[in-house]
Design a protein around this ligand. Sequence first.
Ligand code: ATP
Ligand code: MG
Length: 362
Amino acid sequence: LVTVCKAHKVAVLPGDGIGPEIMKAALKVLTAAGKKEGQTFEFTEALIGGAAIDATGSPLPKETLDVCKASDAVLLAAIGGYKWDTLPAEQRPERGLLGLRAGLNAFANLRPAIVQKQLADSSPLKKEIVEGVDILIVRELVGGIYFGQPRGFGINDKGERIGFNTDVYSESEVERIARVAFEAAQKRGKRLCSVEKSNVLEVSQLWKEVVIRVGKDYPDVELSHMYIDNAAMQLLRNPRYFDVVVTGNIFGDILSDEASMLAGSLGMLPSASISGEGPGIYEPVHGSAPDIAGQDIANPMAMVMSAAMMCRYDLNIPKVADRLEAAVNAALDSGLRTKDLWKEGTTLVKCSELGDKLVELV
Ligand code: ATP
Ligand code: MG
């Protein structure tokens, strides 16, 4: 009996700066890990960001969005650089990313904060506090106070100028992000903490009610609730408490940056922006690092971990994800470090060398 496995269609957007270098390494590793599990990929490369501006005048050519929409998932490296910094905001490379998120309706941002045991002493917190931390923050990305209406400036009844914004969530907006979070929790440690400020805010009361209601569909996931101020504190005091965290746009913005500091290095952290239906966007948390571009010294691990998230959350091939994560772990165990993580007693490797090592280790 022969099982024919269709190739997973992946849109590949290397972008700018170190993007092409880390993407090249990650695709090699992904292909090798897939092969071990009988999975194949069909990569379609497309232009985005500064590279797309130079070639076509637009940071997100229509052709790129079409390629992404026709794929099972989008793997993106990094966008932007000095060369395009003087363009007006609406023509900047970053607009390509916003357009891509909007075009794919990516309303959920997933950011793991993982502290690899080998790197626990790179954290600004004590090793015994951060060792073993493995958190997934699920942030609502297209609603809440950053987008709510009405917003603007005005005059109050004392004749003073005021600025105001509106924090608003509908039941359906909360429900869809809650489902993404519960489903992610089912694939991990089966604990979900919903973070809000329901002691003060109506928008948070609704948030909490809806999360509790949705939770009835996921009886295997243990649900807890925490106020944002307490969550910000616990993230530093006892980060191992958390498995999956779900929260709104502004709280998630702050908490995910706070959580990313636990790991100590930007070069290790992946992210996903997903719609729960069509293709998701998988990219490292770090930027295009123009200061080190073209030197083959960037750390490709965040890119490899982004590919692992893609395998787990979009392509549904968790065994390939496991292999990628295990390879990163094994490379760290054997002391291999790119320049950003190098210390006395470890082995300095180039981006491409680390890619080749990871191919051997998957
Ligand atoms: P952006 O504005 O695009 O979000 P940023 O300006 O905040 O990004 P990065 O481009 O992420 O910053 O770079 C911040 C610093 O971290 C730079 O000095 C860069 O060289 C370093 N850095 C980022 N990513 C990596 C990586 N993968 N490997 C090694 N160093 C990195
Ligand atoms: Mg930058």
